[in-house]
Design a protein around this ligand. Sequence first.
Ligand code: ZN
Length: 108
Amino acid sequence: MIRQVITYRCTHCHSDQIVKNGHNPQGKQQYRCKACGRGGVLNPTVRYSEQQKEQILATYRERPSLRGIERIYGVARQTVARWLKKKPSLCRRLKAPYCLPKPTTCSN
Ligand SMILES: [Zn+2]
């Protein structure tokens, strides 16, 4: 008989005072932390490793469209957009014409 004991901790405060808190729509066990009150998925699925994320964002720097990245890597463009929000330095919209200061017009 093999018995494996896995101790889960809160991903926010690393407390071990966590309790089960139902399942999410995908059927994954959720937890709630009694120490900080936050909750989450007990054993979240990592769909894209940090290395894959970096590669996809590096591709984005070469200026393809989000739909192009979607076709190349098979990652949803909404997912790439969410990653970009966490790295505003990469966001192209900061350089969009409507974000720049308006040119002063001469009133002669
Ligand atoms: Zn916590």
